[in-house]
Design a protein around this ligand. Structure first.
Ligand code: IPM
Ligand code: MG
Length: 363
């Protein structure tokens, strides 16, 4: 039997804890579906910086490049806040995304029925939410040049440049339109075309691509309005197409619709190996206490099964197991409510595996 090579990059803070639970679930999936995984664990972020002097090494990049899939926990922490930008933990993650060519970031936001009351929004507002954020991941202000700190008019000046080439917008727009065809046929594209040149190219290119998708309904929305609409009437969204920075911000906002950012998984896809990471950060304040929510990490493994291994049944099984465990009333601290049972990070992972073993699946 052939092994699927998975590179694990647990990273910093709660990264290692949630990665452990994700791996548990992946192993259980392998047993159920007769697939074997070969794991290689490597350093990224602050952990890598401390050990090697770099937030990600060339060796790790090349291992990731040659793997069948990569799982990343989280990076960053206050102890590295004063480090120069090129050495920061986050720079390691950005380099991985760039070098693996991961221009598509998918962040599905759904509200589990049993968590409807965990959101800070009214239940009737969020009940039927099913949004797919399609975030461009290797362009925009994160990567544009010039960038850095230089002297201007006798004082220090921080510079970042937002650039978008037509080809970069074209390819991510196609991902969004293709995804919409599998869903409710609606794309809302976010920009700031009333101010930014990069957004004008964005909007024009999305319009151009839309001509190939006459069956898909397209709407443009300015980012400030979008931030408001996500809270005002979130069920209007189906596919939410965004650039790199707007997607970063709006996906955190959208996460709160689902009750906790600890619920949101992501898949970063590109030309070759894909990478899977929970949307949440390293949460150093709760690291090592067995209280972090591992469900975003576990749901990211479901996305790995779906997108990297073509194992859609396995992905559904994991997602159903998450739903079932929530329905049984188990909750980590972030989503805990009166009448539900508090569970630690590790227990939550065990519960998911336990339910997976009981659930039936065809494949
Ligand atoms: C995310 C994170 C990253 C980003 C950071 C850690 C660089 O916030 O994946 O949303 O800004 O993309
Ligand atoms: Mg973010």
């Amino acid at each position: 039997m052939k092994y699927k090579k998975v590179v694990l990059l647990p990273g910093d803070g709660i990264g290692p804890e949630v990665t452990r639970e994700a791996v548990k679930v992946l192993i259980a999936t392998g047993e159920k579906f007769r697939v074997r995984f070969a794991f290689t664990e490597e350093l990224v972020g602050g952990a890598s910086l401390d050990a090697t002097g770099e937030p990600v090494t060339d060796t790790v990049i090349s291992l990731a490049y040659n793997a069948d899939a990569v799982f990343l926990g989280a990076v960053g922490g206050p102890q590295w806040d004063r480090v120069n930008k090129e050495k920061r933990p986050e720079t390691g993650l950005l380099r991985l995304r760039k070098e693996l060519g991961l221009y598509t970031n998918l962040r599905p936001v759904r509200v589990y029925l049993s968590l409807v009351h965990s959101s800070t929004l009214k239940p009737e507002l969020i009940k039927n939410i099913d949004i797919l954020v399609v975030r461009e991941l290797t362009g925009g202000i994160y990567f544009g040049h010039p960038k850095g700190v230089e002297m201007r008019d006798g004082e220090e000046c921080g510079i970042d440049t937002m650039t978008y080439k037509v080809s970069e917008v074209d390819r991510i727009a196609r991902v969004a339109f293709d995804a919409a065809r599998q869903r409710k046929n609606k794309v809302i594209s976010v920009d700031k075309a009333n101010v930014l040149a990069a957004s004008q190219i964005w909007r024009r290119t999305v319009d151009y691509v839309a001509r190939d998708y006459p069956d898909v309904n397209l709407e443009h929305m300015l980012v400030d309005n979008c931030a408001m609409q996500l809270i005002r009437n979130p069920v209007q969204f189906d596919v939410l197409l965004t650039d790199n920075m707007f997607g970063d911000i709006l996906s955190d906002e959208a996460a709160m619709l689902s009750g906790s950012i600890g619920m949101l998984p992501s898949a970063s896809l590109g030309r070759g190996t894909a990478m899977y990471e929970p949307v949440h950060g390293s949460a150093p304040d709760i690291a090592g206490q067995d209280v972090a929510n591992p469900l975003a990490a576990i749901l990211s493994v479901a996305l790995m099964c779906r997108y990297s291994f073509g194992m859609n049944h396995a992905a559904c099984l994991i997602e159903n197991a998450v739903e079932a465990v929530l329905e049984k009333g188990f909750r980590t601290r972030d989503i805990h409510a009166p009448g539900t049972q508090l569970a630690g990070t590790c227990e939550m992972g065990d519960r998911i595996v336990e339910v997976m073993e009981q659930l039936t699946c065809e494949e």
